[in-house]
Ligand binder design. Structure first.
Ligand code: NAP
Ligand code: GCO
Length: 261
């Protein structure tokens, strides 16, 4: 099997929210596959420290400060990136937040914020990067979905609605843009050990044991577990894959649950 199928040399990848966590792991993995990496974040100090961390891994990233929900800023920065770095070949819509509150205690403004960042942000990014991909008749877009693109659980209503919507946005953009040789797909991580899930992994937190029992692989995922899927969906190897959500979940979605002892 030719490894050139997975070679990203000469490609430029923009990974949103990649100053740590899943975004950083995916960005480093795409760099190892040959891509030039562009990252963004909301805060300059986080960008600056992330640039140094990437450098310590031998990855020279281009970093831009903008909010994925700010349409004007996104348009301006996509234009600036394509002028300063070059055409964006790969877009990874990774930036996202979560709020965990029971439905009846959820402030509507918090619900709207989660939807804005987790669903509308990826659409804004895809719109402005996609305009140029359509002109070039080439591109890869990867949306960071979730177990909550398929399953519900208490307290994450806004997040599940957003990630369920992101799954369907992925399928819809794939349907509209495949004719331009743009492959739009998603990655659906299981439960991954990052800052976002740190509250759930506190020593003694019941959710920690729950997830270890609910995951056939019997462990939390590492951000690096997602790199192979990201390289596949960024590379020539996925040129005929459209609207697919690739779940990387240690078997959660395949599993009914442990038989009570
Ligand atoms: P994380 O540690 O919370 O990192 C999220 C990143 O997104 C941070 O760098 C954050 O920047 C950035 N961000 C938030 N809002 C932004 C905005 N408006 N504009 C630009 N950047 C923004 O999360 P993670 O665990 O790495 O997860 C990354 C993605 O994977 C998210 O979409 C999440 O929903 C999804 N996911 C996570 C898991 C998991 O188990 N961890 C599983 C499935 C899916 P700041 O740090 O500056 O706020
Ligand atoms: C939660 C977790 C999950 C994970 C991830 C699972 O509170 O249930 O944060 O939502 O972040 O989305 O795929």
């Amino acid at each position: 099997m030719s490894t050139s199928l997975f070679d990203l040399t000469g490609k430029r990848a923009l990974v949103t929210g990649a100053t740590h966590g899943i975004g950083m792991a995916i960005a480093k993995g795409l760099a190892e596959a040959g891509a030039k990496i562009i990252i963004n974040d909301l805060m300059q100090d986080k960008l600056d420290s992330a640039v140094q961390e990437y450098k310590s891994f031998g990855v020279d990233v281009a970093a831009y400060l903008f909010d994925v929900t700010d349409e004007h800023a996104v348009k301006a920065h996509v234009d600036k990136i394509e002028r300063e770095v070059g055409p964006i070949d790969i877009l990874v819509n990774n930036a996202g937040i979560i709020r965990r509150t029971p439905a009846v205690e959820t402030e509507i403004k918090d619900f709207e914020l989660v939807v804005k960042i987790d669903l509308i942000g990826p659409f804004i990014m895809s719109k402005y990067v996609g305009i140029n991909m359509i002109k070039r008749k080439s591109g890869k877009i990867i949306n960071m979905c979730s177990m909550m693109s398929e399953l519900g659980r208490e307290t994450v209503n806004a997040y599940a609605a957003s990630k369920g919507g992101l799954k369907m946005l992925t399928k819809n953009l794939a349907s509209e843009w495949a004719q331009y040789n743009i492959q739009v797909n998603g990655i659906g991580p299981g439960y991954i050990a990052t800052a976002q899930t740190a509250p759930l992994r506190e020593p003694g937190h019941p959710f920690n044991n729950f997830i270890l029992g609910r995951t056939p692989a019997q462990r939390w995922g590492d951000p690096e577990d997602l790199v192979g899927a990201a390289i596949f969906l960024s590379s020539k190897a996925s040129d005929f894959v459209n609207g697919h959500i690739l779940y990387v979940d240690g078997g959660i979605l395949a599993y009914l649950g442990k038989t009570p002892q």
